[in-house]
Design a protein around this ligand. Sequence first.
Ligand SMILES: Nc1nc2c(c(=O)[nH]1)N[C@H]1C(S)=C(S)[C@@H](COP(=O)(O)OP(=O)(O)OC[C@H]3O[C@@H](n4cnc5c(=O)[nH]c(N)nc54)[C@H](O)[C@@H]3O)O[C@H]1N2
Ligand SMILES: Nc1nc2c(c(=O)[nH]1)N[C@H]1C(S)=C(S)[C@@H](COP(=O)(O)OP(=O)(O)OC[C@H]3O[C@@H](n4cnc5c(=O)[nH]c(N)nc54)[C@H](O)[C@@H]3O)O[C@H]1N2
Ligand code: SF4
Ligand SMILES: [Mo]
Length: 698
Amino acid sequence: MQVIPSICTFCGVGCGLGLRVERGRVIGVEPQSGHPVSQGQLCAKGWSTSFAIDPGNRLTEPLIKEHGKFRKASWEEALQRIASEFRAAQQAGGADAVGVISCARATNEDNYAAQKFARAVLKTNNVDHCARICHSPSVTGLARTLGSGAMSNSVADIDQAELILVIGADVTENHAMIGARMLRAQARGARLIVIDPRKTRLARLADIHLQLRLGSNIALLNGLLQIIFKNGWENAAFLAERCEDITPLRQHLAAITPEQTSAATGIPVAELIRVAELFSHSPAAFTAYGMGITQFQSGTNNVMAVSNLVLACGQIGRPGTGVNPLRGQNNVQGACDMGCLPNVYPGYQKADEPAVQEKFAAAWHTPMPVTPGLTSMGMTQAALQGDLRALMIIGEDPVVTDPDQHQVARAYAALDFLVAFELTLTETAKLADVVLPAAAFVEKDGTFTNCERRVQRIRKAVAAPGSARIDWQILGELAARMGYAGMAWDSAEAVFDEMAALTPLFSAMSYAGLDKAHGLQWPCNAEHPQGSPVLHAQSFPLGRARLFPLTQVEPAEGPDAGYPFVFTTHRFHFHYNCGSMTRKSPLLERETPAGLLLINPQDAAKHGWHDLQAVCVRSRRGSLEVRLQLTDDLPPGTVAMPYHFLEAPCNRLTNDAMDPISKMPELKACAVAIEPLAAGVVPHNPRDAREVPVYASL
Ligand SMILES: Nc1nc2c(c(=O)[nH]1)N[C@H]1C(S)=C(S)[C@@H](COP(=O)(O)OP(=O)(O)OC[C@H]3O[C@@H](n4cnc5c(=O)[nH]c(N)nc54)[C@H](O)[C@@H]3O)O[C@H]1N2
Ligand SMILES: Nc1nc2c(c(=O)[nH]1)N[C@H]1C(S)=C(S)[C@@H](COP(=O)(O)OP(=O)(O)OC[C@H]3O[C@@H](n4cnc5c(=O)[nH]c(N)nc54)[C@H](O)[C@@H]3O)O[C@H]1N2
Ligand code: SF4
Ligand SMILES: [Mo]
C-alpha cells in the first residue's frame, strides 16, 4: 500500500489527507500529521473520500443524447460535436451567445484553463462559477471597504484570538476543523459569540448567542456600532491612521437608538451592549462569517456592515483578528483567484481595463473580448430570453443548487446546446446534450486554494476510470479543435507556471516551493516570497479602508397571509452541496434522513401537526412534499431545509431576487405555506425517477 499526500476535496478548510492506494485503487484515507490546518484530523466527509470518487459510481465514457436518450460516444465524436455546436451558436448569436460555468471543486489549473478557454478561444467574458451564489458579496463588499475579498487572517490565528465572533456560519457542521479549533480556543479562555437565527451546535456552546430575527443583520450590526460610538469604545487611533473619514457613518448612526435595534432584531438591549463592549474591548477579536451574511439580496451591504464593525474597533491587521469570510468549497477561493469571474482575469486583474486586456492579448497571442461578461444567473436569464445559445458546465449542478429549479430547467431546455463535464450523471448532466467524464482529484496533479489563501498541491494517485480525462486537458483539446494552439500544455505544472507568470499575487509560487512545506498563502511574490499569513498589517489594498453608512434591507419576500412561514435553507454536517459525492457513501447516508422540513414544536402544535407529519410546502415558485421534523433549533414562524437532497429539492421554493451589486440570489429567505397531506399519504419522492431525466420533456 502506498500513501499519497493530497488535500480534501470537500470544504474550504483544506485538510491534509494521505490517499491509501492499493492495486491502483484508493481504498481509504488517513489524516496528514502535522498539517497546519487539520492538525492530524479529518471530519466524516473527508474520511468518506473513497466512496465519493469510487470508479464504480463514475462516468467512464463520453455520452451524446439522441432522441432524448444517452448513448456512448468516442472522445473524437464528442469533442467535434462540442466545437461545432459552440461555433454554430456564435455564428447565429455572436461571440457572447455562449458561456462557461467553471468548477470550484476542480483545480486551479482546471480553472485557469476554463477562463482562458472562454476569453482566448470563445472571445467572451461570459465565465462564472458558483462563488456567485456563495461568497460573491464578500468579493464585492470587501473590495469596496478594504480592496480584497479574501480571508484576512489564517485559521491558526484562532489560537491567538481572545474573542471569536461568528456571524451567519454553522462552523462545526460546515468547516468542522475550524469549528473544533474555535471550541478549543474557548476552552483555553477565549470568548465565543455566535449571531445566528438558529440555535446551531456552536451557538448552544457559545458564551453568548444572539438569536437575531432572520435577515436583520444590518440593523444588528448598525446597532452594535451605534452603541460603540455612543460610548467612545471605537479604536480612534486605528480609524485616524488607517481609515477614510467616518463622519458620514457617525452621523448616520446617531439617528439610531438601542431600543430601535432591539425591536428590529429581537435582541434585548442589555445583550447588545454586552456584545458591543466585549468586541470593542477585546485585545484580539477574530470575526468569521458565512452564508447567513452573504445569501441575501442585501448581501454586499451585509458584508460591508461586518467590515464596518471590524474596522471601527481596529480588529484587523494583527494576528488573532481579521474579517474572515469562511469560503465554502475546496477550491472556490482558487476558482475566483484564477479569474473564473466575468469581470476579472487571474489575480483580480480587471477585465474592463484596456491595459489588462492588452497584457493578456500579448501573452495569449490573440485579441481579448471587450464586452462585459454575464454572471451565472445572468446566463440563466439570457438563455430564457434566447440570447445565450450554448453553455458549458464544468462540475456544477445548478438544477439542484441554483434558486428556482423550474426556471433553471426551463433555461437549460431553451439552449441549443448544453455540455457538462462531470464525475457522475447529476441532475444537470441529465439535461445536457453531451456529457464528458471528468477525472477526479485523486486522478490528477494540481493545486487547491483553501479558505485562508493557502495554495496546496494535490497529486495523481490512481488512473482515471475508463476514458475519463482531466478538465484542463479536455479544454486544451477543444481549443486546438477550434483553432487555438495556446492551451496545449504538457503538465499541470506548466499550466501553473503560465498562470504565476501572469498573476502578480502568485508570481513567486512554483510547485517546488509548494512542495517544501504545506503550501503557500498568497500574495506570494518578490515582496512576500514566503507568502502572507496575515493581510493588511501595514496598509489596505485601497490604501485607507472605507466605512460606509448602510441601511437595513428586508428580504424580498416576507411572510403574509398566503405564505405565512419564513423559509430558509442550510447544510448538514454529513452531506455536501448537491450531494452527488457524499451521497455515494453508505456511511454518510446512514447519518441523515433525506428531505426533512425543520419546524419549531410550537408551530406544529398550533396546527396539530406531529413529528414526521407528511406535508406539502409551497412557495410562489413551486412546491414539494416532505416530512416535518420538530426542533427548537428554529424560532417559531421560521422553517428550514437542508439543500443536499434531490428528492426534496428545496431550490424549487427559493427566490432568485438578487443583490444588485454581486447578483447573489436570496437563498436564505423566502415565504412558504405548509399544508398537511391526507392521513396515510406518503410524500412524493422524485428519487423514484432518479435515472430518468426529470425535465427531458420540457
Ligand atoms: N457539511 C458540509 N460542509 C460544507 C458544505 C456542505 O454542503 N456540507 N458546503 C460548503 C460551502 S459551498 C459553503 S459556502 C460553506 C457554507 O457554510 P455556512 O456559511 O456555515 O452555511 P449555511 O449552513 O448555509 O448557513 C450558515 C448559517 O447562517 C444562518 N443564517 C440564516 N439567516 C441568517 C441571518 O439573517 N443572519 C445570520 N447572522 N445568520 C443567518 C443559518 O441559520 C446557518 O446556521 O460550507 C461548506 N462546507
Ligand atoms: N437553497 C440553497 N441553495 C444553495 C446554497 C444554499 O445555502 N441554499 N448554497 C449555494 C452555495 S454556497 C454553493 S457553493 C453552491 C454549490 O453548488 P454546486 O457547485 O452545484 O455543488 P457541488 O456539490 O459543490 O459540486 C458540483 C459538482 O462538481 C463535481 N466535481 C467535483 N470535482 C470535480 C472535478 O474535478 N471536475 C469536474 N468536472 N467536476 C467535479 C461533483 O461531481 C459535483 O456534482 O450551492 C448553492 N446553492
Ligand atoms: S473539514 Fe472540510 S476539508 Fe476537512 S475533512 Fe472535513 S470536509 Fe474535508
Ligand atoms: Mo459555497
